[in-house]
Design a binder for this molecule. Sequence first.
Ligand code: SF4
Ligand code: SF4
Ligand code: SF4
Length: 214
Amino acid sequence: MTKKKSYILEHCRKNCSKTSTDWSALYEELEEILQNMDLDQLINKLFPVLHHHHRPKITLAGCPNGCSQPQIKDIGISGYVNPQFTDEECIGCKICIDACREQALFWQNKVILEPGLCIGCGDCFRNCPTGTIVAGERGWNLLLGGRLGRRPQLACLVETGLDSQGVLEKVQEILEAYQKDALPGERLSQFLDRQNYLLEKDARLAKEKETSLS
Ligand code: SF4
Ligand code: SF4
Ligand code: SF4
């Protein structure tokens, strides 16, 4: 019988046309970090009778659609791509506005982006026929503390604008802290709660991003 890993690392669908940020290399690097950390010893010590829900769950999603459910994992990593306006002439077709399901774009003599509403899905520029809106900055959002079970909670968005190296460092830092300070029977999401990792909620909304079509 194959021995179960002491963690669960997942990802969303490969080669999806909606991918904002490609997760494949990051997935491999995360797997390597997790294997090198040897979490078996810790998990067996924390949970003498180990159940599925005890194991730390980490998932990667290539875009804000979150098909791999980053909102209910201990650590959710979700890609985004910000729209960027170019000098290409806008023909005023408003296709981008119709394509945006977040109502983050509106018309006021030109297309205006409301940055606080944009989730970085890329639907607008994928549909713009003129290249007036294109793909801009790509990166990762970090969500922490999600779980199901008796006391379910959605993960909090604690950081945005991370590159892959930033994600790797953050995940390693969190797991090392868990290895060092977890209490008996404490799941990773509970540990993150207790250690105040979730205090920086909604970092993305606080981030200033303002772009308008000139
Ligand atoms: S999360 Fe986005 S990129 Fe991943 S499978 Fe779903 S739609 Fe595709
Ligand atoms: S990326 Fe474009 S379509 Fe997606 S939420 Fe932002 S403005 Fe709307
Ligand atoms: S930005 Fe592109 S999709 Fe939007 S109105 Fe202008 S031409 Fe049309």
